[in-house]
Write a protein that binds this ligand. Structure first.
Ligand code: SF4
Ligand code: SF4
Ligand code: FES
Length: 760
């Protein structure tokens, strides 16, 4: 199926390209079909993941019976077509195009950062352009520093790729073309925001015009060793490549034709636990501590294999395994699966980007899962999708793609879910028990309690009438909700009885993998060991083990081989990007009686009843083929679970009056690990609207403290005038080992203690 042609019927076609018979399907472009058949057509402006830009003309081909050359990146392949991709006329035209590109583009590659990996340099050579036959008057166009990225207009070939990525993929909509003949340029209209998402725009730049500021002039591209891996931060497991020299990571790159990295993935790589050696004494203490621990608490920043080791330790010692966010997700998905009869949600990210109507419920999605937001944005840009965003907070960063904000009261999510499902299933054939549940709902009361007007839902319903391809995106606010399991069962009806593409976005880290692999407990008791969590004895990859009495260093995720489970339900491999000289969890497990030389021996032993496959780590593929099919690890298999569709009456929970705090990290921050990364550094504040400030009698810059789940936050309060309402944002990424202890429903009523005013 063509990437942006939802009308593609998939009808089989046969055509001839350069004498080769090519079988394909209707709807694809000529270049798509050529690539499927390993036929090379040169391009300068083509970027597979966006709509054809069609500005360079390098991709011209001849089609028998058609006058003149046509653009293969734009033209659909038709049955019976006879196509020539190269002849002397086409070559001459392409060569002339390259000559034009080189007008005033200084061929001083020796001092350019892109040298060695530059499309212009490569094609200049490919088409034998060894001089600059035309020139124009030189203009002074200084390099612009945009923060994470820098722009050199003198090197820009105006291919438009960066603009398209900023608009169609990341959706920051910061970059625009400014035409003006030879002074045409790209402008950053949101320079003050310093969007880290622009790293993706720099990644697709074919020349040295848009580059990562930090990487610029740091090394030559060809000196870097490329280590393929997966991003461990938000749960997306995005494809990424560490580029390393002398044990230092210089940058992250990605297969940008087909995938994208958010700012955290691209710039959040420097978090390794460095300079660790084997401390035998601390190791012995760690083994004793684990042996005697009544509970092991752990953060979800671990591999599937480590989760499996913890499960084995549990079987050995009887310790409780406590990982709050993963446990909440596990319980939610168990309840969800009890309705659908399957272990996994059915939706995919691709399904989101192909939708024409999307409902987002219970997540501040851009901050929680950037890549999911990117897919919503793609649907918005490619299919003009209706996007309904249901949340107590309006996210200004989503304004350009959301077509309807539906605000509800915190803690009313069960009622909101019921209202939504009643609306979606109104004309759908459902079993009697479900019908009774829906008929018995007191719509007026639920609407009053949640503050979601019936007319808002009616508007949503009407807006979806003429659409096809629907997605429902569910998020973390729901998982730790006091009524999480009932909410899960209500929403699962959508998956079961409609053709919605439903994605239950897992919490950050490898929470999904942990929730599938470990038999988790609700609460810790007795003596505790914490893996990246505060406890009686701590195993820490945060580089702080020395400073703690009872502790042992552990490797960070970029120092380990192993797999992650992504929010697209894929088990993806990670490789070692930084050396590590200390002990690992597997050493402790072996000292307790388990027997595996390397952690990755457990890759093939991950639980098959949860959809994992018996595959050796070294056999896991990690690439995209020429047409963009993903061959990374494997997709989890869907397993069946027992069905219990009984639904309880919707509970009425007390709402929160006054000031409420919402646990939420800002974009690019997910954990204590992203917090270690210099390019992402930002101070953590409690951020609220002017209205929040009035209600709490706080002023901007005031020092305060408050407690959530026993964790005391000492913060400075900041007013954000773009926010409204009485809910403030409270991040946890700066809370080190105590962050994973924050486990409750994300909205909480807290008592705010005023400390002292800054400057007083
Ligand atoms: S900055 Fe790079 S990607 Fe953007 S238009 Fe210029 S050359 Fe193309
Ligand atoms: S943080 Fe998430 S969206 Fe960003 S690159 Fe990593 S996995 Fe992908
Ligand atoms: S690739 Fe077709 S016009 Fe540039």
């Amino acid at each position: 199926m063509s990437k942006h042609n939802s009308l593609n019927t998939g009808k089989e076609i046969t055509l001839t390209i350069d004498g080769k018979t090519c079988n394909s399907t209707f709807g694809k472009t000529i270049i798509d079909v050529a690539r499927e058949n390993d036929i090379y057509i040169p391009t300068m402006c083509y970027l597979t993941k966006v709509k054809p830009i069609a500005s360079c003309r390098m991709c011209i081909v001849n089609v028998e019976g058609v006058d003149g050359a046509i653009l293969s990146c734009q033209e659909k392949a038709t049955d019976g077509a006879v196509i020539t991709t190269d002849n002397s006329e086409i070559y001459t035209e392409r060569r002339n195009i390259m000559k034009l590109y080189n007008v005033n583009h200084p061929l001083e590659c020796g001092v350019c950062d892109k040298s060695g990996e530059c499309d212009l340099q490569n094609k200049t050579m490919e088409f034998d352009v060894d001089e600059q036959p035309f020139t124009t008057r030189d203009q002074h166009r200084p390099v612009e520093n945009w923060g994470h990225v820098s722009y050199d207009p003198a090197l820009c070939i105006m291919c438009e790729k960066c603009v398209r990525v900023s608009t169609e993929i990341t959706g920051d909509e910061a970059l625009q073309l400014k035409f003006g003949g030879y002074s045409s340029t790209i402008v950053n209209t949101k320079i003050e925001k310093n969007y880290a998402s622009l790293g993706e725009a720099a990644a697709v730049c074919p020349v040295g015009a848009l580059v990562d500021t930090n990487f610029k002039y740091s090394t030559n591209a060809w000196e870097l060793e490329k280590i393929p891996s997966a991003c461990p931060h938000c749960g997306g497991g995005c494809q990424m490549t560490y580029e390393v020299k002398h044990d230092t990571i210089y940058r992250m790159t990605n297969n940008f034709e087909f995938t994208s990295l958010c700012g955290a993935g691209r710039y959040g790589f420097d978090y390794a636990n460095k300079n660790v050696s084997k401390d035998a004494k601390a190791f012995e203490k760690a083994v004793e501590a684990v042996k005697n621990a009544e509970s092991i608490l752990f953060a979800p920043q671990i591999t599937n294999e480590e989760a499996h080791i913890l499960q084995k330790i549990k079987a050995l010692t009887g310790a409780k395994l406590v990982s709050h966010e993963a446990r909440a997700y596990q319980k939610f998905m168990d309840a969800y699966g009890s309705v659908t009869g399957k272990t996994l949600y059915s939706g995919t990210l691709k399904g989101i980007s192909e939708s024409t109507a999307i409902i987002v419920l219970g997540t501040k999605i851009y901050d929680d899962a950037p890549t999911v937001k990117y897919h919503i944005n793609m649907a918005s840009k490619w299919h003009r999708a209706r996007v309904a965003y249901m949340h107590p907070l309006e996210d200004v960063e989503m304004k350009n793609i959301v077509t309807q904000f539906i605000k509800y009261e915190p803690q009313s999510e069960e009622g909101v879910a019921a209202l939504l499902v009643e609306m979606l299933l109104r004309d759908v054939e459902v079993p009697e028990s479900v019908k009774t549940f829906l008929n018995d709902l007191d719509i007026g009361n639920l609407s009053a309690e949640s503050n979601v007007g019936e007319e808002e839902l009616e508007l949503l319903r009407k807006s979806m009438l003429k659409k096809n391809g629907f997605s429902l995106v569910i998020g973390s606010d729901l998982y730790a909700h006091p009524r999480a399991e009932q909410i899960a069962k209500i929403l699962a009806l959508v998956e079961k009885y409609t053709d919605f593409n439903v994605v239950c976005v897992p919490p950050a880290g490898n929470a999904m993998g942990v929730s599938l692999i470990c038999d988790l407990d609700n609460e810790a008791t007795g003596t505790t060991v914490g893996y990246n969590v505060e406890a009686d004895f701590v195993l820490s990859a945060l580089g702080n083990a020395e400073a703690l009495d009872n502790s042992l260093d552990m490797p960070a995720l970029n120092q380990q081989e192993g797999t992650l489970t992504s929010n697209d339900k894929r088990v993806v491999p990670m490789n070692v990007a930084q050396p590590y000289g200390g002990y690992v969890l597997n050493d402790i497990a072996n000292a307790l009686g388990l027997d595996a030389e390397y952690t990755i021996e457990y890759t093939k032993a991950l639980p098959r009843e949860k959809g994992f496959k018996e595959v050796e780590f070294d056999s896991l593929p990690d690439y995209f083929d020429t047409v963009g099919t993903e061959h990374r690890g494997y997709l989890l298999e869907e397993c069946e679970t027992s069905v219990d569709e009984s639904l309880e009456e919707v509970a009425e929970l007390d709402g929160f009056d006054g000031a409420v705090v919402y646990t939420c990290n800002p974009k690019e921050q997910f954990s204590a690990f992203t917090n270690l990364c210099e390019p992402l550094k930002e101070e953590a504040f409690l951020v609220g609207s002017p209205q929040f400030a009035t209600v709490t009698k706080l002023s901007d810059g005031e020092s305060i403290s408050f407690t959530v789940d026993g964790v005391t936050f000492k913060r400075v309060f900041k007013i954000d005038t773009s926010m409204k309402g009485t809910i403030a944002l409270n991040p946890t990424y700066d809370m080190g080992l105590s962050a994973p202890l924050v486990s409750s429903y994300r909205f909480s009523k807290v008592e705010i203690m005023q400390e002292k005013k800054i400057g007083s």
